[in-house]
Design a protein around this ligand. Structure first.
Ligand SMILES: Cc1cc2nc3c(=O)[nH]c(=O)nc-3n(C[C@H](O)[C@H](O)[C@H](O)COP(=O)(O)OP(=O)(O)OC[C@H]3O[C@@H](n4cnc5c(N)ncnc54)[C@H](O)[C@@H]3O)c2cc1C
Length: 457
């Protein structure tokens, strides 16, 4: 079959790799000049690395399997890392049970309730009932008011801003579930991984295997419309004035783009006008001569600090891969409509460095080689109350058009393991439909069907 894929992030390219290996003729359309989407890379001068911080957990079985499938198993590197917490103007290591028990900002009873919250959370399977409960109320009920005010609320505010009041308990449940499975799956505590050379290595390999299998990746090409082909069977992808016909089209870009490009009636609107909302991210990447923190991640519960956390990437990635320099990522998540996302780099740089000086008063600024501001607008779908009722279905009104994107992660955190799970789940469920001859839609808008959720392994 001749298959068009919209979006050249990991979802689009993993689909393209799998489908071209099955003998389909695949064409990927990517708006940016470089593939990779949110997982793409950046030129930091002395080296290239991911634009945003990415880590692989030992429990990321689908992603690790995929990396091995494309011949990069040997390039997986693992390191033991530490986790920190910044609260009451102090850093605390939280990398072991003993350190957790010593954690001064929370009372012994508070710690017990915190531990029980996490254990309880990790054992819940019915996420649908959590969709109706606001995350703040849920955490306060489980952990008590003191722990909520001291730990959870500042974390929710840092990650979600005031949106936290509209977000359901699924948000924190899916996060704890992922972290818990990582610990269970890890032979050594806090083992975290990456691919040598960063995601650029992975995308380089994907581009070459897709090309060898006869596929084509068109970068710097924005899809402006997708519609049923003139004879009704198959689909047409339009990019400005050019148009091409495909037997099947798969859409992987964000939900707002889907609304912009899909012809009227193509996508079912079961959400009664409600739309998927996204968080955007601003991420300052500091390249320094010395490491800034001994931790891979420091969670911050302090309203004075303008970023959400500190990610000490060089505690995971050996500086031998980054020209002997150290990388630290400082992310700030904001509503995707927030004017903060459009503030000039210099202003953001200044504000973030001020925040960092509050945390590290003896920060050696002469050791900073560069401070790059990276940003992305549509990053993480906001898991508002009853979120699953507003995501687009995989199936559309046309039998030859499918949607597979991260907005369908109703009860998972946004991560690349889930991306590969979604790709493989979709291909397993729709292999026959993808191989069948194109056919015309029987109705302008087909009746709604539940979204098939790929099962967790
Ligand atoms: C700050 C940050 C930290 C993260 N940390 C981790 C981590 O530690 N571990 C982990 O596993 N994951 C992490 N992730 C998540 C990971 O980046 C995502 O899971 C992944 O990028 C999703 O890929 P995707 O292809 O579904 O979407 P995207 O990467 O968003 O790709 C969609 C593509 O569609 C393209 N597009 C949009 N409109 C059009 C159009 N009209 N025509 C053509 N193309 C179009 C876009 O340019 C984009 O390339 C992180 C993400 C961020 C932002």
């Amino acid at each position: 079959m001749k298959i068009g894929v919209i979006g050249g992030g990991l979802m689009g390219l993993a689909l393209a790799q799998r489908l071209s290996a099955q003998g389909h003729r695949v064409t990927v359309y990517e708006r940016d000049r470089q593939v990779g989407g949110l997982t793409t890379w950046h030129d930091y001068g002395a080296f290239e690395w991911d634009k945003f911080y990415h880590v692989i957990l030992p429990s990321d079985a689908q992603l690790i399997g995929f990396i091995r499938d494309i011949g990069l198993g040997e390039r997986l590197c693992w390191a033991r890392t530490l986790t920190g917490f910044y609260v009451d103007r102090q850093f605390h290591s939280m990398s072991s049970a003993v350190e957790f028990l010593r954690f001064p900002p929370v009372s012994l009873i508070g710690k017990l309730r915190l531990a029980l919250t996490i254990l309880y959370c990790a054992r819940i399977d019915d996420w649908r009932r959590l969709e109706r409960i606001p995350v703040g109320a849920w955490l306060e009920r489980l952990g008590g008011k003191a722990t909520y005010e001291k730990i959870w609320k500042p974390l929710l505010l840092a990650k979600l801003g005031d949106n936290y009041q509209r977000v359901s308990a699924v948000f924190i449940w899916s996060y704890i579930k992922r972290m818990f499975s990582a610990r269970e799956g890890s032979a050594q505590k806090e083992q975290l991984g990456h691919v040598a050379g960063g995601y650029k290595t992975l995308f380089g390999r994907l581009q070459s295997v897709i090309g060898q299998a006869g596929g084509e990746i068109r970068t710097g090409v924005t899809v402006s419309r997708v519609a049923a082909a003139a004879d009704g069977a198959g689909m047409t992808i339009e990019c400005g004035t050019s148009a091409e016909r495909f037997d099947k089209v798969l859409f992987t870009s964000p939900a707002n783009v889907l609304r912009q490009v899909a012809e009227p009636g193509l996508v079912r609107d079961d959400a009664r006008g409600r739309e998927v909302e996204y968080l955007g991210v601003i991420c300052m990447v500091l390249v320094t001569r010395q490491p800034l923190t001994p931790y891979y991640i420091v969670n911050i519960a302090d309203p004075r600090i303008p970023f959400t956390g500190i990610i000490g990437m060089s505690n995971l990635v050996s500086p031998t891969q980054t020209a002997g320099l150290h990388m630290t990522f400082l992310p700030k998540y904001v509503d995707s409509n927030s004017p903060v996302l459009r503030r000039p780099d210099d202003e953001l740089r200044h504000e973030f460095l001020e925040g960092l000086r509050l945390m590290i008063p003896d920060l050696d600024e002469r050791g900073i080689e560069s401070a790059v501001i990276n940003r992305a607008i549509k990053v993480q779908p906001l898991q508002v109350l009853e979120y699953s009722s507003l995501v687009p279905s995989i199936e559309s009104a046309h039998p030859d058009f499918f949607v597979v994107n991260t907005s369908q992660f109703t009860h998972m955190t946004l991560n690349n393991n889930e991306v590969i799970r979604a790709v493989d789940g979709f291909l397993a469920a729709y292999a026959e439909r993808l191989a069948a001859a194109p056919r015309a839609a029987t109705a302008s808008v087909a009746s709604p069907s539940p979204i098939p959720h790929p099962q967790r392994a």
